[in-house]
Design a protein around this ligand. Structure first.
Ligand SMILES: Nc1nc2c(c(=O)[nH]1)N[C@H]1C(S)=C(S)[C@@H](COP(=O)(O)O)O[C@H]1N2
Ligand SMILES: [Mo]
Length: 383
């Protein structure tokens, strides 16, 4: 399709975007987000609600990130939704008939549970500046806490699409949220039909908390967080490609190493990238002597095959010990022993997944600061 046939899509609710002179409305998540567990980022352009997980508070805890410690990223305030009136509408040229499901009807369908991460596409954004020396113009300035692992329970999206009579000619599937900015983002029908793409109504065995999409959210394992639409109310299925603000303006790669003539749309983001993080504060301060250093690595493509660490700025590398479980598209916990001498240190970690994807030393810069997956130096003061 020639580029000028397309209009540049606007956010579904353009009025929701603040005027430049209008002060931001500061919202916090509905759940308590104490400073010891979260870093709060104030809104920049919309009325974003952003609570970044602190990595040091994960130390020594279980594999899953509990609901009260899971990061929050919303483009506007969380809507309060009554399940008695909530409906999920499936409609568009890609289905034989429009379908409306109630909450009870959805809960009566066969359910599955999937353990995977949800991670913001911009997680690691500060490292474009701190490691590459070139800032991105986007926000929030996540370090590595725009990431969490949970067990999601719900109905495979493909089962619900089948109920609406999915056509063979269907091409794109676009879930839309019931929040004020009506966040929506299309995915190819092949992705929507994967067995673990879910309409999730539970998170770690609890009803989905309001900040995380109550009553129902989409979960698309391995893909950018924005694909996992919260508070879903409508799913458009189309025989022609769908362009929304969130796959043409936001969440696209723009930079010297990405083709400029193809900016709108795309290249649109899909998968996250391989990353690692230490379960330490940034910067960290730890006591001298024998230490067990812990962290996690994750990949959107599979399980983690190998994690290495360097205490001499990348001159020599050793293997960290991987723990169980090591779930594809969720992550693995690992640790290593360190005889820590007083002074300033830097710990570097790199992971490789079982498909051979490794964290590079450097990644190409992009304007919006997405998918940083390069090795980062974590500053540690030993006292
Ligand atoms: N409807 C809706 N869905 C949404 C969002 C939103 O603002 N509205 N934020 C997206 C983004 S950018 C991310 S990173 C994840 C965050 O999920 P969490 O808040 O449950 O951690 O939700 C995604 N789904
Ligand atoms: Mo995100």
């Amino acid at each position: 399709m020639p580029a000028d046939d397309r209009q540049t899509p606007q956010p579904p609710d353009a009025a929701h975007t603040r005027a430049p002179d209008e002060p931001p409305r500061i919202h916090r998540p509905l759940k308590p987000t104490p400073d010891e567990f979260f870093i709060h980022h104030d809104p920049v352009k919309w009325d974003e609600v952003v609570a970044e997980m602190r990595w040091d508070q994960l130390r020594g805890r279980g594999y899953l990130v509990s609901n009260d410690r899971f990061f929050v990223m919303s483009w506007g305030e969380a809507p309060r939704i009554d399940v008695a009136t909530w409906r999920l509408k499936i409609e568009g040229s890609g289905v034989e008939r429009a379908l409306e499901l109630t909450y009870d009807e959805l809960l009566r369908l066969p359910s599955v549970s999937v353990t995977c991460f949800i991670e913001c596409a911009g997680n690691g954004r500060v490292f474009f500046k701190e490691e590459l020396g070139r800032e991105s113009d986007s926000w929030p300035r996540w370090r590595l806490g725009g990431y969490g692992v949970a067990e999601w329970t719900g109905v495979p999206l493909r089962d619900v699409l089948a109920l609406a009579g999915l056509k063979k000619t269907a091409r794109d599937v676009m879930p839309e949220g019931l929040d004020a900015p009506r966040v929506q983002r299309p995915m190819p029908v092949e992705k929507a039909l994967e067995a673990d793409t879910l309409l999730a109504y539970a998170m770690n065995g609890q009803p989905l908390p309001p900040d995380h999409g109550f009553p129902v959210r989409v979960v698309v394992p391995g893909w950018i967080g924005n694909q996992s639409i919260k508070w879903v109310g409508r799913i458009e299925v189309s025989e022609s490609p769908i362009y929304s603000y969130f796959n043409t303006e936001e969440y696209v790669m723009i930079g010297p190493e990405y083709p400029p003539e193809d900016r709108r749309p795309g290249p649109a983001l899909s998968h996250q990238s391989v990353k690692s993080a230490l379960e330490l504060a940034w910067p960290a301060e730890i006591g001298a002597g024998h230490q067990l250093v812990r962290g996690r690595s994750w990949s959107p493509f599979g399980a983690i095959a190998r994690v290495q660490y360097s205490l001499d700025r990348g001159a020599t590398w050793r293997d960290a010990r991987l723990r169980q479980p090591n779930i594809p598209r969720a992550g693995v916990r690992w640790d290593f022993e360190w005889d820590a001498r007083p002074g300033e240190h830097t710990i570097r970690v790199r992971a490789t997944d079982d498909a051979g994807n490794a964290q590079p030393d450097r990644v190409p810069w992009n304007e919006k600061g997405y998918l940083y997956s390069g090795v980062v130096g974590h500053p540690v003061r030993v006292v």
